[in-house]
Design a protein around this ligand. Sequence first.
Ligand SMILES: [Cu+2]
Length: 152
Amino acid sequence: MKLNVWMFSVIAALAAQSAWAANVSVSDAWARATMPGQKVSGAYMRIQSDVDAKLIGASSPAVPRVEVHEMKMDGDIMRMREVTAIELPKGQAVALEPGGYHIMLMNLPKPIAAGDLIPLSLTIESGGKRQTVEVKAEARAPNQPMQHHHHH
Ligand SMILES: [Cu+2]
């Protein structure tokens, strides 16, 4: 039964492959277009992994400094901070969105124009192993100015 042996080895190879790499899908990746002189921006997306995983970092050949951030209300002030990891529970889409988790793009050498594609490499860890997921975030003009301050 040569055929059966061959089929078994194909299945074994597929199983071996999924054992060391999480299946990570990223959708709706976008970045906020910037005003001239603005040195920072944010990138947002939805990430889903087929195993429990974590987003532990990001980088970009187009952006000198990239950090993973969380935005939270601290009293009545919106603050953001760098986080070491964003949990990606198995099978759950995790949203990086304005006002929450985001990829911070820093020290921008030039403004980001609507339509620009920002390449991002996401570092995903699962089961003690790391893998890189490449994403292109399309820049969108903000619908309204970024609200850093509330004026009353
Ligand atoms: Cu930030």
